[in-house]
Design a protein around this ligand. Structure first.
Ligand SMILES: [Cu+2]
Length: 99
């Protein structure tokens, strides 16, 4: 038994029909126990069995339906912040010691 409940950001949803598409695609995917897609927060709360499916597989299902399930949001956000901080400190040092 390995039921996981997790919220994933979903991109490209514009209206209630989009929500329905994503909801249906995920609900019929193997290993998915329940789905709650939220348009306001652009996210999907998915309860799934990780012995039957994976975030990668669910991303495949959502992407095939024309939307984008973001499964590495935390990492990419951290990377982006780190990258931005590097750039900021570089240009800061340039200003201090420039030329
Ligand atoms: Cu739509």
């Amino acid at each position: 038994m390995a039921t996981i409940k997790r919220t994933f950001p979903v991109k490209n949803m514009m209206c209630a029909m989009c929500v329905q598409h994503v909801q249906k695609a995920l609900a019929s995917a193997e290993g998915v126990k329940s789905v709650n897609v939220n348009l306001a927060s652009n996210s999907a709360l998915i309860e799934y069995d990780d012995t039957l499916t994976s975030p990668e597989a669910m991303k495949g299902v959502v992407d095939a339906a024309g939307y984008c399930l973001v499964i590495d949001a935390a990492e990419s956000t951290e990377d982006a912040i780190e990258e931005a901080q590097k750039k900021t400190s570089k240009s800061f040092l340039k200003k201090l010691f420039g030329r």
